[in-house]
Design a protein around this ligand. Sequence first.
Ligand SMILES: [Zn+2]
Length: 223
Amino acid sequence: MDRGTERADIGDHMPYADPKRKREQAKGYREAHRENDRARKKANYRLHSEGIKAAHKAYRATNQKKVLMWRRTHRERIIALKRIYRSAHKKEERAYRVAHREQFKAYTKAYRKAHPEKRREIDHRRRARKLAAHGSWSAKDLLVLRGILGTQCLRPDCCTPTDRVAVDHIIPLAKGGSNQPTNLQLLCLRCNARKGVQRIDYRTEEQRRKIFRAFQLPLFGAA
Ligand SMILES: [Zn+2]
């Protein structure tokens, strides 16, 4: 309907008395002002986010069954949205994990205890990845590595002493790194955990050269 006539109508009689016409009018208005409406809602949310969040929380608390049902029927959509959010906030997620390391550790421990089946599956997958990785190393190889790399954590600004040292895969197994001694370095447990699945080589050029000589030419060296 033409907006001009609509306006003119208002003066003559009650334009909204007919419910059908009223609905149509409202719908037309919403469609014409969708962008404005969105901006207004956003601004309103920013202004009252605390109250809105509290109201949502209260709703969820009193309508647990409804919420659960909704989540169940919209599972795919929720997973997709979470994935998008997480890939856009990788840095924040990592920082959060580092800041809440103890909580995560406790959570993992509790989860492993409560889900023995899942735990076995995860451990199995990890072992399979290790087996599938090229190469292997022995306790003797580790001694050779210690001889070259020393017995302190290799990360430059860390000086954790000898006892709590982890064998770290420079290129993580999860990223297709090998299990050969040439892909290993010695880090403390903390630095090993912090490195995660990043690819960082803390060895000096000299150490790298020595390791490759010690492990890549065993036939010549063994005589
Ligand atoms: Zn360290």
